[in-house]
Design a protein around this ligand. Structure first.
Ligand SMILES: [Zn+2]
Length: 251
């Protein structure tokens, strides 16, 4: 009937700013159409799922929500956003933020002074992000650093309740190989036998930082990681259920 033409359908597509945020992630270049649509949908899901808070005197904009959610969504593109069900909220600071008192910096180092942080990830707690760092890292993926990928990778690691550099793996065989490869490569990094210099030495602090730093590389410089440390790339690809290096090569 004619009036059907005028029937209004509920528009469930994400707002334009969410799509723009997803398309602004450097990895957008090498994603196929299906994964791009998945990234847009997952970004919209996380924008709505997380509780967004601003540091005192600051306010969180759509640009901030979009960019942070898009990078978090990239990390779980193969896994699904349910992996973030323990993330209570995301707190955005304008720039580096201070922590004082006893503060565990990882690797057995505990500060009792004041430290400046760009990001923080607590078990059962919030993810804290310095906006200037998130924006900078998104603009320069060639540096292989990304504070948002780093802090959300810690959340994946903690999904089984432990911060030990081993997220819940898909089966026992994968877990055995993961531990074998990551233990060997962490020792190699600590011994200084990393002639390529691709992996930031912050990764040598402990297995938790190793996983977070390697996750940054896996999504920013996947081709370099696959070429330099193929075993490590393979276990990460098996966990993330994505093969970005082959997608980069195909583009
Ligand atoms: Zn960390």
């Amino acid at each position: 009937m004619a009036f059907d033409v005028f029937r209004r359908h509920k528009d469930t597509s994400p707002p334009a700013w969410v799509r723009a945020a997803a398309a602004g992630v450097a990895a957008w270049e090498w994603l196929d159409d299906e994964l791009r649509e998945q990234l847009v949908a997952d970004t919209a899901d996380l924008v709505g799922r997380f509780r967004w808070e601003a540091a005192n005197g600051f306010s969180v904009t759509d640009e901030m929500r979009g960019l942070i959610a898009a990078h978090a969504a990239l990390l779980t593109l193969g896994l699904g956003t349910d992996w973030y069900r323990r993330v209570s909220s995301v707190i955005v600071h304008p720039t580096a933020f201070e922590r004082s008192g006893e503060y565990d910096l990882g690797g057995g180092i505990v500060s009792d002074g004041v430290v400046d942080l760009l990001g923080e990830s607590d078990p059962h707690g919030p993810v804290v992000i310095a906006w200037t760092a998130a924006r900078h890292d998104a603009a320069f993926p060639e540096d292989g650093r990304n504070v948002v990928l780093h802090e959300f990778a810690h959340q994946l690691d903690m999904a089984d309740g432990w911060v030990d550099g081993t997220p819940p793996l898909h089966d026992a065989r994968a877990r055995a190989r993961w531990i074998d490869v990551c233990t060997r490569e962490l020792e190699r990094l600590r011994s200084g036998d990393d002639t390529d210099g691709l992996i930031d030495h912050y990764a040598a602090n402990d297995p938790g930082e190793f996983f977070a730093v390697l996750s940054e590389l896996f999504f920013t410089l996947p081709f370099d990681l696959a070429a330099e440390v193929p075993d490590l790339y393979d276990v990460l690809a098996d966990f993330y259920l994505l093969d970005p290096a082959s997608m980069v090569e195909a583009t």
